[in-house]
Design a protein around this ligand. Sequence first.
Ligand SMILES: Nc1ncnc2c1ncn2[C@@H]1O[C@H](COP(=O)(O)OP(=O)(O)OP(=O)(O)O)[C@@H](O)[C@H]1O
Ligand SMILES: [Mg+2]
Length: 464
Amino acid sequence: MEASYLTPKEIVEELDKYVIGQFDAKRNVAIALRNRWRRMSVKGEIRSEIIPNNILMIGATGVGKTEIARRLAKLADAPIIKVEASKFTEVGYVGRDVESMVRDLVAQSVNMVKSRKEEEVKERATQAVEEIILDALIPPIRNNGMNPPAHSTEAVSTTVPNTDYELNERTRNAFREKIRKGELEDRKIEINVKPHGGGNIGMVGAGMMDEVSMMNLQDMISNMMPKKAKRRKVSIGEARKILFEEEAAKLIDMDDVKDEAVRKAEEAGIIFIDEIDKIASGEKKGGGPDVSREGVQRDLLPIVEGTTVNTKFGVVKTDHVLFIAAGAFHISKPSDLIPELQGRFPIRVELSKLSKSDFVRILTEPKNALTKQYQALFEAEGVEVTFDDDAIDEIASMAFEVNSEVENIGARRLHTVMSKLLNEFLFDVPDKIKANSKIAIDRAMVKEKLTGLLKNKDLSEYIL
Ligand SMILES: Nc1ncnc2c1ncn2[C@@H]1O[C@H](COP(=O)(O)OP(=O)(O)OP(=O)(O)O)[C@@H](O)[C@H]1O
Ligand SMILES: [Mg+2]
């Protein structure tokens, strides 16, 4: 299912499988995603004039902002990365500079393009790998009359072969069959393994390596290192993986990959900037950390507006990258962001607070709903857990109550409540509660396990 071809309605339907409510946010995200695809079909000059409408998602903690982004990433057949605004520091200070988000985006794009190309050459690479493994197992015969390996006789068919060469071929064919069927995965063979390298893509995002020049240096160093193959003894299963990488790399032109990846990042890339409220200055002109927060915002401006960033894969223009920012804005408000930055996020969507009935649905409906997660965990021990409707209702209302009395952490509260509720069972399985037993959770049980905590405000503050 290619997401770029999903209609806005279909995108929302996909998101609905994981995120309850928040229709406005889903709707706008869906439009933005579809617009990428629409723009690609636009002909003529106007195409480059169409710039994405960046989105600012505003909503209290735990109402689904990050979850929407996470699901969108899985859905979109586009390079998409999620960064946290609070992790960046102003250019010139120690830490991650904002341009690194563009570098990460391209790296992600390279990985996408590369794995697609690997898929394209998969058949040829797999065949080449098979031959190498076979050669290691039953070396092809040299012209003279060498005896075939002893263990191969069983695989040879009944007619007596005429020559050693024929015998060798037959044996090889028999083993090729076995290799294909995966019957020899554990058998050890010796293969030549190149030291790691061949693209060096894996290095991107390895923490402190932010400066492009530093990355280039690293590349240079690794290119200078001798790339002599080493002989290693590995199982056929393992050899398959190692050799596939190498053989596929031989069939893929990395320059093409880089070009395509840069283009893809430029035209379809999405950068999700989470926790953007953390770089808004709460009070005006507070001094101290605010100065650098504002610095980060200023650094962000050109990137969001459209600039070029140097990456090890080439120069990337950010004009058409879609930015989705999100923040709880508890302490600060969107208007505390510097005006220029506010203006670059024209679409504002507010995520609503979650109600008790939202909680009921969140507990049961999403594909990854908490009740389903716990049921799966217990099932791994052969224990069946059921929640009846009353129990769900009680869990939801307790979570809601704690949220309103202590602190509203949105659906995250469900996690703490559920883990508290099931804590004892999780401990007692499988020692006290054996496999094949059933645990039926009803309202009374939920009350029994949680009411004490709920009544005592101090306790619920710490535990729930
Ligand atoms: N509307 C929702 N539907 C389903 N699950 C939700 C919803 N809102 C939150 N959750 C669940 O709650 C947890 C926290 O949600 P999420 O990470 O999206 O919060 P957030 O809005 O990004 O909050 P924060 O501002 O603290 O980052 C996730 O496990 C998510 O699955
Ligand atoms: Mg979040």
